[in-house]
Each structure stands twice: as C-alpha cells, then as structure tokens.
Write a protein that binds this ligand. Structure first.
Ligand SMILES: [Ca+2]
Length: 187
C-alpha cells in the first residue's frame, strides 16, 4: 500500500469529514490542538492555534476572520506573535497580518496587495470569541470590479519569534465567490 505522509492523510480525512462547500462553516476549518509546524517542541499557544478562517465580501469591504482556540496575549512570549491570512484573486496574492509585540499593548495590522508596500489597517480582536477580524476596503482589490471574482488558495498562518510558523490552515481547493453568502457578516 502506498504510504501517505501523516499530515496529508490527516488533511484527506478532514476533507472527507467536512466537504469543502459554500455551505460549510467555517469556510476553512483547522483542527484544534495540532502542533502545526512548530520547530521546537513547546506546546502550541492557544492564541496561535487556528480553528477557522473565513472570507466574506459585500458592497464596501472584504471581511477576513481568523478564529483561534482561545485568544490571550502572552506577556512572557519572546519577541512577537503573528496571525496572517492570504488568498489569490485574479492571479494576484493578497494578505492581511496582525502582530503583537511583547511589551506593547494591543495588536497592529496591515494589508498586503503583493506589491511589497503593506498598508496599515485596523484589526478587531474579540478576546471572548477568539477571533481576529480584518476589514479591507473593496476598492483596494481591483479584481473585484469583475462580477463573480473568485477567492482561492485561502490560507491562514500563525507564527512567533524564534519558532517561525506555528500553525497552518490550508483551504486547499476551497473557494469563495465575491458577494456570495459567507460564514461571517460581510461589510
Ligand atoms: Ca489548528
């Protein structure tokens, strides 16, 4: 029998359990408690453990929401913690990021249109719900001028200083069509 790498087997099992369809919520699901891609053998910080990733677009904005196991800023963490989401739209890669730097209050965020010039944007952190929500003005994604534009290769990544990537949520073939009903309210 052909051997399948464990991570791939887990991904296939997940796909069978929750088919990637527009009706499924969250749009991209990720297991809780997975060790992710941590390089050192330390427990995965709950705030960096992705459990869901959603995208929804409306008349004025694209809303991106990452759900984590539980959200808390670890004052003892070294350096920084980061949450990122990315997707392709019309062949261009877009992304949003949020970062907490140890010793500073709050979380800063930015939007990246793949041009190497990130733009600061607000991020809404709901500590009780364990979510980070970015709202990107629709006008910043010119591909959305074409009706029915499709978001693809939807991925979420978390990381922290010295351990690099901690969790990776891969949407695989899952897509989201502009202005279609999503799992989170569009703006
Ligand atoms: Ca996870």
């Amino acid at each position: 029998m052909r051997r399948v790498p464990y991570a791939l087997a887990a991904l296939l099992a997940l796909t069978v359990a929750s088919p990637a369809s527009a009706a499924g919520c969250p749009l991209v699901a990720d297991p809780a408690g997975d060790a992710g891609y941590g390089i050192v053998a330390t427990p995965l910080t709950p705030a960096l453990d992705i459990v869901g990733l959603d995208v929804a677009s409306g008349d004025s904005a694209v809303v991106v929401r990452m759900s984590v196991l539980s959200f808390g800023l670890d004052p003892s963490s070294l350096g920084w913690s980061e949450w990122s989401a990315g997707w392709y739209l019309g062949g261009r890669h877009y992304g949003v990021r949020a970062r907490h730097t140890t010793g500073y209050a709050g979380v800063s965020a930015e939007f990246d249109a793949g041009n190497g010039q990130p733009t600061p944007i607000p991020v809404s952190v709901d500590t009780a719900a364990g979510t980070l929500t970015w709202t990107v003005p629709r006008a910043w994604l010119p591909e959305l001028a074409t009706p029915g534009a499709t978001f693809g290769t939807i991925r979420g990544i978390t990381g922290e200083a010295f351990t690099a990537v901690r969790d990776f949520a891969d949407g695989g073939a899952t897509t989201y069509t502009d202005r279609s009903p999503g799992c989170v309210p569009a703006a």
